[in-house]
Design a protein around this ligand. Structure first.
Ligand SMILES: [Zn+2]
Length: 54
């Protein structure tokens, strides 16, 4: 944790985020749009699995 309270690493690939290059979506931080899409796909898959087993 630094001075900022914002996340310091990409939610998807855990790459460190620099001050000006980060991408904020749905309360999470990513290093680039591609990582956001990857994470969304992952969550969609998890949601599908949960729906199946529930
Ligand atoms: Zn990333």
């Amino acid at each position: 944790m630094g001075i900022d309270t914002r996340a310091a690493a990409c939610t998807s690939c855990s790459k460190r985020l620099t001050r000006k290059s980060w991408y904020y979506r749905n309360g999470k931080y990513f290093c680039k749009r591609r990582c956001f899409e990857t994470e969304q796909a992952k969550l969609a898959e998890a949601g599908k699995e949960a729906a199946k087993t529930a």
